[in-house]
Write a protein that binds this ligand. Structure first.
Ligand SMILES: NC(=O)C1=CN([C@@H]2O[C@H](COP(=O)(O)OP(=O)(O)OC[C@H]3O[C@@H](n4cnc5c(N)ncnc54)[C@H](OP(=O)(O)O)[C@@H]3O)[C@@H](O)[C@H]2O)C=CC1
Ligand SMILES: CC(=O)N[C@@H](CCC(=O)OP(=O)(O)O)C(=O)O
Length: 342
């Protein structure tokens, strides 16, 4: 019997991407689609690329609209998921693509999001050590942030192999869809096209505690993170350039071997051949993560670079991958590693 899935926030970028993936998922039947200001609109007017759903009309995001499904994807702004999730029964698989249930430390949540902490759910980054066991059979999943996905997958093998000091410096560029579909002046074409600029510099970005949580969990000690995000003139994609000081005795070969070991059996993470560096275009529309790593002997630092599509592996693809694990389906069902680069 098909898995019946509802999507709340179906008019947004993350909701649209999860619908694109679910349309190609052989085990899923798409049920209710809900929105907020766009409730009552045809999906075809909002997400014209989702042709098979063009005549579906968005309902209000209410417990009644979302009832009667096996899976509910929440693609809502931060802080909106908890109230919706608590109205859904314990037997429904609820997958939150927002941040509400990602962080374990309530103080981190309050500092970076400015509201009371709603709780912590199993974290939907299956490639992290022990993550799959926590996701299997779970009825609640917190999908990671897009930057933490890219950064954690670039750096965790270095910490798992105890090759890096517990302090990482990260600069990552994101496409504009990472900021959502709601209009904002800094996202105007005239502001973004042909220009790049950092934001959230100096520890202010809300994804910093999530990266610290992930890397510290692998390292077994607190990993300090300096994170600088940058808005890039492209619609999709994240390129994360991460570096950490190597511990004594590290060589280029030991770094390469650690990454080969970490990613030998991962279906979505592809360690590129030596000398080839990740590019966002190569993962456009795919659930793949391209990773490369080098040892810069002149400064004794490990440099790891990853590329993802922020909307696919960075949100909706990660959500579907986690759903597959939770439901006992093959993890790769409905997901592709093939990009759409020109
Ligand atoms: N964009 C990305 O790359 C990533 C996004 N995410 C997360 O996914 C979630 C959605 O992001 P994104 O799709 O980019 O954002 P969008 O702004 O594109 O979409 C937001 C969606 O939420 C709905 N919505 C807005 N306010 C409310 C409300 N008060 N109650 C119920 N629904 C509401 C909107 O409905 P309507 O249009 O009808 O008003 C819309 O469907 C966020 O938590 C985001 O942080 C996570 C990782 C990456
Ligand atoms: C380019 C851009 O603005 N990106 C967003 C992050 C992407 C995102 O959606 O964050 P969550 O995964 O936590 O929801 C930002 O920096 O705030």
């Amino acid at each position: 019997m098909a898995v019946r899935a509802a999507v709340a926030g179906a008019s947004g970028y993350a909701g649209g991407e999860v619908l694109r993936l679910l349309l190609a998922h052989p085990e899923v039947e798409i049920g209710a689609l809900t929105g907020n200001s766009n409730a009552g609109q045809r999906l075809g007017a909002l997400q014209p690329h989702l042709l098979p759903l063009a005549d579906r009309v968005l309902a209000e995001t209410t417990p009644e609209a979302l009832a009667g499904h096996d899976v509910v994807f929440l693609a809502l702004p931060h802080g909106q998921s908890a109230a919706v999730a608590e109205q859904l029964g314990p037997d429904v698989l609820v997958i939150d693509m927002g941040a509400d249930f990602r962080l374990r430390d309530p103080a981190d949540w309050e500092t970076f999001y400015g509201s009371p902490h709603a709780g912590t759910w199993p974290y939907g980054l299956p490639e992290l050590p022990d993550a799959r066991a926590r996701l299997t059979g779970s009825k609640r999943i917190a999908v990671p942030g897009c930057y933490p996905t890219a950064v954690s997958l670039a750096l965790f093998p270095a910490y798992a192999a105890r090759l890096a000091e517990p302090e990482a410096v990260i600069v990552a560029a994101s496409g504009t869809s990472g900021a959502g579909k709601a209009p904002k002046p800094h996202l105007l074409g005239s502001e973004v096209m042909g220009s790049m600029s950092p934001y959230g510099v100096g520890g202010g970005h809300r994804h910093t505690p999530e990266m610290i949580q992930n890397l510290s969990g692998v390292a077994g000690e607190r990993v300090a993170v300096s994170f600088t995000p940058t808005l890039a003139p492209m619609p999709r994609g994240i390129l994360a350039t991460c570096s950490a000081k190597a511990v004594a005795g590290v060589t280029a070969d030991s770094v390469r071997a650690a990454y080969e070991k970490a990613y030998a059996d991962e279906p979505f993470v592809h360690l590129l051949p030596e000398g080839q560096w990740p590019a966002t275009a190569s993962v456009h529309g795919s659930n793949a993560v391209h990773v490369q790593v080098a040892y810069d002997a002149a400064v004794g630092r490990i440099i790891a670079v990853s590329a993802i599509d922020n909307l696919t592996k960075g949100t909706a693809g990660g959500a579907v991958q986690s759903m597959n694990i939770a439901l006992g389906l093959a993890e790769t069902t409905g997901l592709s590693t093939i990009g759409v680069a020109p």
